[in-house]
Ligand binder design. Structure first.
Ligand SMILES: CC(C)(COP(=O)(O)OP(=O)(O)OC[C@H]1O[C@@H](n2cnc3c(N)ncnc32)[C@H](O)[C@@H]1OP(=O)(O)O)[C@@H](O)C(=O)NCCC(=O)NCCS
Length: 151
């Protein structure tokens, strides 16, 4: 199992991982354009030459990044892949000088197991809510905000 930076050939698989969960309202639907344009911030998990998970380091500001587009194939859940992807995002964020990470999620237990702490959504800076403008749930968001502060 390896975690590596995504390349262009991974885009169809990233789209299918994310959009399969988006259909169920668990994630925000993404277009090919959104993935291609941001490919440098994506990481994937590869197992037996198959991409089985993805995650994005979405830099918001000089000291803050979002763990976003995290998805693990249904057939490979609960094998530690999600945690490895989140750890990679945090490691890469630290390499460029970011020590605070947040996510907006329904996966409370998972992020708690990864060391994230629940915070009120309103405690996050306004600039993190850019993607919310594209979300159909903008006026009745029920996602939870979690924050991780790295050393
Ligand atoms: C959330 C998700 C990425 C987790 O990936 P995963 O590879 O199954 O998670 P891991 O195996 O790395 O789990 C890490 C820990 O969290 C726990 N965990 C994972 N999913 C959990 C769940 N749904 N409920 C309770 N605990 C959970 C695991 O048991 C493990 O606990 P441990 O520390 O005791 O070993 C995956 O379920 C997924 O893709 N979900 C759908 C998309 C989604 O909601 N993404 C998040 C968008 S913010």
């Amino acid at each position: 199992m390896i975690i590596r930076k995504a390349v262009m050939d991974d885009v169809p698989t990233i789209l299918s991982l994310v959009n399969n969960y988006a259909k169920d309202g668990l994630m925000l639907m993404k277009t090919p354009y959104q993935i291609y344009r941001n490919i440098q911030s994506f990481y994937v998990c590869e197992l037996n030459q198959q991409v089985v998970g993805c995650c994005r380091l979405n830099v918001i500001w000089k000291n803050l990044a979002e763990v976003s587009s995290l998805a693990v194939s249904p057939d490979f859940k609960r094998q530690g892949i999600g945690r490895l992807l989140v750890q990679k995002i945090i490691e890469e964020g630290k390499m460029i000088g970011i020590y605070e990470f947040f996510t907006l999620t329904y996966q409370k237990a998972f992020f708690e197991r990864c060391g994230f702490k629940y915070v009120e959504r309103e405690s996050l800076p306004h600039k993190v809510f850019g993607d919310c403008l594209m979300c159909p749930k903008i006026d009745n968001c029920d996602e939870n905000a979690y924050v991780f502060k790295a050393n």
